[in-house]
Write a protein that binds this ligand. Structure first.
Ligand SMILES: Cc1cc2nc3c(=O)[nH]c(=O)nc-3n(C[C@H](O)[C@H](O)[C@H](O)COP(=O)(O)O)c2cc1C
Ligand SMILES: C=C(O[C@@H]1CC(C(=O)O)=C[C@@H](OP(=O)(O)O)[C@H]1O)C(=O)O
Length: 384
């Protein structure tokens, strides 16, 4: 099993992650990790902060000569913005009373966190509840995604909707789908829909508002039989949902056509089975590649639904906790829409869970060992 832990405040010095249990002998491609970090930063709708940060991963332990060595992998991403926040964010500094945050933002962790942890400055809450943390989670997930490639798993993610604009059809068979996604400023493979999504973000921005949306993660080439029906915490769908729901502002997770299927008859939903060219195949994939808590060999499809960003330029009705008087919520700067970024973060979360499921099923201390076992299992699958 791989374990993952991270720490770091949004405007603190750095974000740090430790990944423990990662197999030895994996060739690190830091370009791939840094590309994911850049994509996470570059989706349309982001605010001023992304002009300051230039996220790059630095390895501190667990890697020698670009190879994992089996010990805990420590990764760091430095916050360039720390330079501007030193006075307020230095661990050994002093509270500056008139720079405290006292007007909570509805929809964010501010008010309840301030009460729960009994802080005198709401900044103590917003610093860690901030989705800045997703940068280091993407670095960890990118490492997992790269390892999964060696087992024949390919992943991509795209934006399905922003506000009221929805992507109608997606051509899963399009060979150029990844290029089309990355070409779009909102990571939507359809150019027309992409333009409409940009307009939706611009509309929210012009009104001092914010907007949410939904994304989809696809993992191809996952072997049948990861996860299990035997107990709820072994179910692959449950693990994926847990991980993706753990991303800031995600309020619903769907596997395949989960929501739509609930409104239909069984005959319209279940993916019928055929045996073709010595293989079991489903005639459709409304289940999103998971039945009985196990991968079934079809594409794994995970969707996530994000609420609109809570920091609004025009503000929302709130209360100043110093005076208990009505005030508008605080605004310094903010993203207007982070749905494109979410697609990258959710892909990372799914990659982490999938790699863990592979390691759980196939065991092994080295990449070679696991790869051999995966190949032997694929041979077994072909005999079934
Ligand atoms: C990539 C990303 C960027 C975000 N950027 C902002 C932002 O600029 N301002 C903001 O108020 N919330 C932003 N959020 C959302 C908040 O982090 C989130 O709403 C907050 O943590 C409370 O969400 P929760 O109710 O799901 O915990 C962002 C979320 C993600 C995933
Ligand atoms: C810093 C990132 O996202 C931040 C997430 C976030 C929040 O409240 O979640 C609030 C904003 O922070 P700031 O006030 O510093 O601009 C975002 O920029 C990032 O994604 O790298």
């Amino acid at each position: 099993m791989i374990r993952f832990l991270d720490g770091g405040e949004s405007h603190g010095k750095a974000l740090v992650a430790i990944i423990e249990g990662f197999p030895a002998g994996f060739e690190i491609d830091d370009n791939f990790i840094n590309k994911q970090l850049l994509l996470r930063q570059s989706g349309y709708g982001r605010g001023g902060r992304q002009k300051i940060e230039k996220d790059k991963v630095e390895f501190i332990s667990g890697v020698r000569f670009k190879q994992t060595i089996g010990s805990p992998i420590t990764m760091v991403i430095y916050n360039r913005d720390f330079e501007n926040w030193k006075e307020i964010m230095s661990p050994m500094g002093k509270l500056i009373y008139n720079k405290r945050v006292s007007r909570p933002r509805p929809g964010h962790a501010d008010l309840t966190g301030y009460i729960k942890y009994d802080r005198s400055d709401m900044r103590d809450v917003l610093e860690r509840s901030s989705a800045r943390e997703t940068a280091i989670r993407v670095a960890a997930g990118a490492l997992c995604e790269a390892a999964l490639k060696e087992f024949g798993v390919d992943m991509f993610a795209f934006v399905k909707s922003i506000g009221s604009v929805k992507l109608k059809n997606i051509m899963y068979d399009d060979e150029n789908i990844v290029e089309k996604i990355e070409k779009s400023p909102v990571f939507c493979p359809d150019e027309k829909t992409s333009d409409l999504m940009i307009a939706e973000i611009e509309k929210a921005k012009a009104e001092g508002d914010s907007v949410g949306g939904s994304i989809e993660v696809v993992a191809r080439g996952v072997v049948a039989g990861l996860g299990s029906y035997s107990f709820y915490d072994r179910r692959l769908d449950a693990r994926l949902a847990f991980s993706v729901m753990g991303i800031q502002a995600v309020k619903a997770v769907e596997i395949g056509d989960g929501f739509e299927n609930a409104f239909k008859f069984g005959s319209e939903v279940h993916d019928e089975i055929e045996y073709i060219n010595g293989r079991y195949k489903r005639l459709s994939n409304r289940a999103g590649g998971i039945e009985g808590g196990m991968s079934n060999g079809e594409d794994i499809i995970v969707r996530a639904y994000m609420k609109p960003i809570p920091t609004l330029k025009k503000g929302l009705k709130s209360v100043d906790v110093d005076t208990h008087k009505e005030e508008l919520s605080a605004f310094e700067r903010s993203d207007v829409c982070a749905v494109p970024a979410l697609s990258i973060v959710a892909k990372a979360a799914v990659a982490f869970e999938l790699l863990n499921a592979y390691i759980e099923k196939f065991g092994g201390d080295t990449m070679e060992e696991i790869k051999e076992r995966v190949e032997a299992y694929k041979t077994y699958l072909r005999r079934k």
